[in-house]
Design a protein around this ligand. Structure first.
Ligand code: C5P
Length: 290
């Protein structure tokens, strides 16, 4: 079975508090984009689980979230006879805050649920996903959601607005636990981003062009203080006409949101000229499968 596993962007990310279990409660809008990895999932009769990926730096064993997804699903039905090969052809940069590994895990759960003919309910797959990684439940649903809790509470929303995104790899990667550890969580009164999200939650829909005006990522000051290229890239995006520019997740991928496709292409060209890997993509709109 061949499936696409899509990247996601965080359109804004606020960290509300540290919880007793060591995780943090967040507030964010997650949105799928039309950048994807290919997953080729086959079932095998010998009970072995194997992940194959030719991209450098992507683990093929237990360190790979797709591998963990296959074992969690198999254990949940107590069927050690079930085996699978999961081949991953990466297009989404790994370790970049784009949810590539989470998407691979989500795609593996969905594909193996069908291939192994298990009939596990989607909500149960989401609960399993949360045990594999905080962003996996969202990747199972796809589309756009307001995300709270440690990432497992999802309110699906409609999204409108013709936005073109420019993604930029600043040339370094960020460890998620490190970034959370560096945060200085302050209790502040509700800012424009939080107020905007409250209205999105009430309406059940978001206009992405409006959202770009208020995006805010709590991790950005932490990353910016350490890596001077971040400010340079955000300036290029803004001076090329981005309505808003920020970072996805805990980094390190930076993005700009453009109302004009030409503006976005010009920004990609400028950034590549400066030596940064950059590409444009579009928000992916779909209603979650039931
Ligand atoms: O769930 P995931 O594997 O993405 O989390 C990696 C690490 O990031 C966690 O072990 C935790 O340190 C941190 N994290 C957090 N709060 C979240 C998500 C992740 O503190 N909501």
């Amino acid at each position: 079975m061949n499936i696409h596993s899509y990247a996601k962007l965080n359109f804004g990310l606020k960290v509300e508090r540290k919880r007793d279990d060591g995780f943090h409660d967040i507030l964010s809008i997650f949105h799928e984009v039309d950048l994807y990895d290919d997953l080729i999932v086959t079932s095998r009769p010998d009970g072995a689980i194997e992940v194959v990926c030719e991209s450098p730096g992507v683990p093929e064993g237990f360190g790979n979230l797709a591998y963990r997804a296959a074992t969690v699903l198999r254990d949940s039905v107590n069927r050690q006879d079930l085996g699978a090969t999961i081949e991953i052809r990466k297009r989404i940069p790994a370790g970049g805050g784009l949810g590539g590994g989470s998407g691979n895990a989500a795609g593996t759960l969905i594909a193996l649920n069908r291939l192994w003919d298990l009939g596990v309910a989607r909500t149960t797959l989401e609960e399993m996903g949360a045990r594999i990684g905080s962003d996996v439940p969202f990747s199972i649903r796809g589309g756009a959601s307001v995300v709270t809790g440690r990432g497992e509470y999802l309110q699906a929303i409609d999204s409108t607005g013709d936005l073109t995104l420019v993604l930029v790899d600043p040339g370094f990667s960020v460890s998620t636990p490190w970034a959370f550890g560096k945060l200085n969580i302050k209790l502040t009164s509700q800012g424009p981003y939080t107020r905007f999200l409250n209205s999105v939650r009430a309406a059940g829909e978001v206009d992405l062009l409006d959202l770009m005006l208020v995006v805010e990522n709590d991790f950005l000051p932490v990353i910016q203080a350490r890596f001077p290229s971040v400010q340079r890239i955000l300036s290029v995006l803004r001076s090329s006409g981005a309505i808003g520019a920020s970072m996805s997740g805990t980094g390190a991928t930076l993005y700009g949101g453009f109302a004009s496709e030409e503006g976005a292409q010009a920004a990609v060209a400028r950034l590549r000229h400066q030596g940064y890997a950059s590409l444009s993509c579009k928000p992916l709109r779909r209603r979650p499968e039931q």
